[in-house]
Design a protein around this ligand. Structure first.
Ligand code: S3P
Length: 167
């Protein structure tokens, strides 16, 4: 059995779509952490933030990371904030290959601002400059990934094939 392939990166970098396709191509199980948490709590991420608050969401993420690190050979897409908890980053890094997806801020803003209601953090970071500030705050965590792939102006399959060739 092989290590997990764990996709990290800012909102809108394509972690879920890339993860899904990557898992198909490599014939591995795909786990989307945000989806798992939604299933577990029976509500959407924006609703979890609204009803229970971000703190509860982060503790669900942490519990799930501990559980997923016991799995092998999966492709896991994470939520953009998973790296904020040092223990998460260390555990995912140790048990898997961390692949960071990145893109130009303008491209990310274009992707995520279209559906702002799906991303509760955009309530606090409501302009492109706020988003850039949040990206900069998180850079020191994302940059600890083993591999980084730029997804700007690339087709999904191109990104997936690039990951496969780098792995
Ligand atoms: C978050 C990113 C979201 C989701 C939650 C918090 C973040 O996932 O986990 O809204 O802190 O960056 P995506 O990165 O899939 O949008």
């Amino acid at each position: 059995m092989g290590k997990n392939i764990v996709l990290v990166g800012f909102m809108g970098t394509g972690k879920s779509s890339v993860g899904n396709r990557l898992a198909q191509k490599l014939n591995k199980r795909f786990i989307d952490m945000d989806k798992e948490i939604e299933l577990l709590l029976g509500m959407t991420i924006p609703r979890i933030f609204k009803v229970y608050g971000e703190k509860r969401f982060r503790s669900e993420e942490k519990l799930l990371v501990a559980k997923l690190c016991k799995q092998e050979d999966c492709v896991i897409s994470t939520g953009g904030g998973i790296i904020l908890e040092e223990e998460n980053l260390a555990a995912l890094r140790e048990d898997g290959v961390l692949v960071r997806l990145n893109a130009k801020p303008e491209d990310l803003w274009e992707r995520i601002s279209r559906k702002k209601e799906n991303r509760p953090l955009l309530k606090k970071h409501s302009s492109i400059n706020d988003m850039i500030a949040l990206m900069q705050e998180r850079e020191k965590y994302y940059s600890q990934a083993h591999l980084t792939i730029d997804t700007s102006s690339k087709e999904l399959d191109q990104v997936v094939d690039e990951i496969i060739s780098l792995l």
